[in-house]
Design a protein around this ligand. Sequence first.
Ligand code: G4P
Length: 280
Amino acid sequence: QQIQWFPGHMAKTIREIGEQMKLVDFSLEIVDARAPQTTQNPQIMEMIAVKPVFLVLNKIDLADPRQVTKFINKNKDKFSGILTTDAKMGVLSKDFLRQLKNNSFFADLSKNNTAANLKALVVGTPNVGKSTFINHLAGKNIARTANKPGVTHFLYWIRTRYNLVFLDTPGLLWPKFEDQEIATKIGILGGIKDNLLASDDLALWLISFLQKNYPTAIATRYKISHFPLDNPIAALMSITSQLGLRQDFESASQRLINDFRSGKFGLISLDFYGDDYLDN
Ligand code: G4P
């Protein structure tokens, strides 16, 4: 089934971002720390790479630290800097600014630019926490927290409490995903409207993924002692009955996805670079 997740206005917005690049000093691409590769927008990258790009791994509080380290080691040369944030926490502003200012690019830029504000374009796939992030630095509820997939259409300048001005952009997806796994992961992370994807497909994928990479997560969460490890459909049936939902696989799937989204299975990353302790 071909899913329409790319409303026409997104193409227009992407063009507008290209036109605004001359007005900004650098860009912040916000991604979900649980899937930092998958939630990067390849189409936007081409556009914003004309200026330094900092990748911001948000929702770091939910991600598997080992996978985050592996991702950073693999990708650090591709960006001017890779930063980590938990936008829900009040400590974000100080910690984020410290990370940014420690970067040599930023130090040089602010030396030459002491009086003026630094301007940053902020981009991100829907639901990575971009509005929460901006609101924290702005110190008010200014970015639309209802910035759900495809809702906001425009670019907005937002002044923060610091020497930073943000150009906020709508949550953007791209027209074609290379493979179905990308759509599935973004769906599980809440970046594609829930009614566009079948929640039982997402749940079955998530069950297989967890069974393979975090084999105790589901059994622990739902207190299931004899859990079918190699059969996701049987596993979904056990979860459904354990939740007292009889044959309502749809509700059980939704519950599983929501539990994952809010971190109930522990620190889990969907972009998984292997279990070994070596960074390769
Ligand atoms: P967006 O603009 O990128 O679309 O995302 P938004 O800020 O609306 O955030 C999406 C959801 O992610 C929100 O939860 C928000 O609270 C949560 N969130 C944002 N940053 C972080 C983070 O660093 N860590 C964690 N754990 N969560 C984060 P929600 O359930 O949609 O809303 P609410 O229940 O918080 O009101």
